[in-house]
Design a protein around this ligand. Structure first.
Ligand SMILES: Nc1ncnc2c1ncn2[C@@H]1O[C@H](COP(=O)(O)OP(=O)(O)OP(=O)(O)O)[C@@H](O)[C@H]1O
Ligand SMILES: [Mg+2]
Length: 321
């Protein structure tokens, strides 16, 4: 697809505002809001700026895909949103909780009740010596739910995910895709408002990946969970209404898709890629736009009635020749 990058100051306006819409202030707040989020990793004497002032807003009930080159900061962001890591600077609010400067006890409660996480490696999401049902019941046990109630909820969730027959199997006796669907059930156990998935289909073949994607979509549609899913799979990124692309620790572009006129509601169109304007007015110009025009260092801007023109800078000699 040829990228039609267009600056859109409010690129997230197309967000679908599903989920509960209570009248109080918390309900009006987005599910995820990051403002100028910074995370610096220290490796010996070196500092890596994994997140460099990232702005992101995800509405309640939205399902958003996140793409980006290796090392662009996707997992760093997810770890912060999951409450496993703390930002170096800036603000990250999830479901009304400010994660920057959160106390350990609050962080633990947040991890248990507000977010569910699914990682790329299927085995890493589950305890190997517990059955599928026991794995799903475990977070409920930590949350203080009684035996009967947690068993019933675990079986309900496994049933919903098409795994009722596999409830007494340990992970080693499940396929990769089945393990990931159990992982989604584990993540949903405590009814989190936000579900985070870091390449949940990265190790699966395309048909199995499709099943796992559908399970995530059901978590979004039927459980009302806000879903943020990191993926390298264009087939998945192409099937959500909004895909954000991270570059060098910031959201560089967003692709918004709406159902095409011929789709009969079944699929989404190819979408339009927008460049994101952050809260400081910064905009990343894609290399495929700048390189053919020799744009670097500086550009000349021209304000028109309905758009802004961006022109390569010409030196005095170039202008006079
Ligand atoms: N614990 C750490 N210590 C030092 N540097 C780190 C640490 N974790 C990540 N980094 C660095 O931060 C940057 C962002 O890493 P991150 O894991 O967030 O990337 P990613 O987008 O998830 O990449 P991938 O697609 O390969 O998973 C990289 O330069 C990485 O080397
Ligand atoms: Mg990663």
């Amino acid at each position: 697809m040829t990228a039609t990058a267009q600056a859109a100051a409010s690129a997230h306006e197309g967000g679908n505002q599903g989920g509960d819409q209570g009248g109080d202030q918390a309900a009006a707040e987005p599910a995820i809001q990051c403002d100028r989020l910074v995370r610096v990793h220290k490796a010996g004497s070196l500092e890596v700026q994994a997140l460099q002032g990232l702005d992101l807003r995800v509405e309640r009930g939205e399902m958003v895909a996140m793409v980006g080159a290796s090392g662009s900061g996707k997992s760093t962001l997810l770890n912060i949103l999951a409450g496993l890591d703390a930002p170096s600077a800036g603000s990250a609010r999830v479901a009304g909780h400010q994660l920057a400067g959160m106390r350990e006890a609050d962080r633990l409660r947040y991890r248990r009740h507000e977010v569910g996480v699914i990682w790329q490696n299927p085995a890493g999401n589950l305890l190997p010596h517990l059955t599928a049902a026991e794995n799903v019941a475990l977070p409920l046990r930590y949350a203080g739910t009684g035996y009967r109630a947690r068993r019933a909820r675990a079986l309900d969730l496994l049933d919903e995910l098409g795994l009722a027959d596999h409830r007494d199997r340990i992970p080693a006796r499940l396929s990769g895709g089945e393990q990931q669907r159990v992982a989604i059930a584990v993540a949903l156990a405590n009814k989190p408002s936000v579900l985070l998935a870091d390449e949940p289909t990265g190790e699966l073949d395309s048909q199995t990946a499709e099943n796992v994607f559908e399970a995530l979509r059901a978590a979004n549609r039927e459980h009302g969970a806000t879903v943020l899913v990191v993926t390298h799979d264009p087939a998945i990124a192409g099937r959500v209404a909004r895909t954000i692309a991270i570059r060098d620790g910031r959201v560089a572009t967003e692709t918004l898709r709406t159902a095409g006129p011929d789709s009969a509601g079944a699929g989404l169109g190819p979408g339009i890629e927008y460049a994101v304007v952050d809260s400081a007015g910064r905009l990343q110009l894609p290399r495929e736009f700048t390189e053919p025009l020799g744009i670097r260092d500086r550009v000349r801007l021209e304000r028109e009635a309905d758009h802004i023109g961006v022109w390569p800078h010409q030196s005095d000699e170039e202008q006079s020749s």
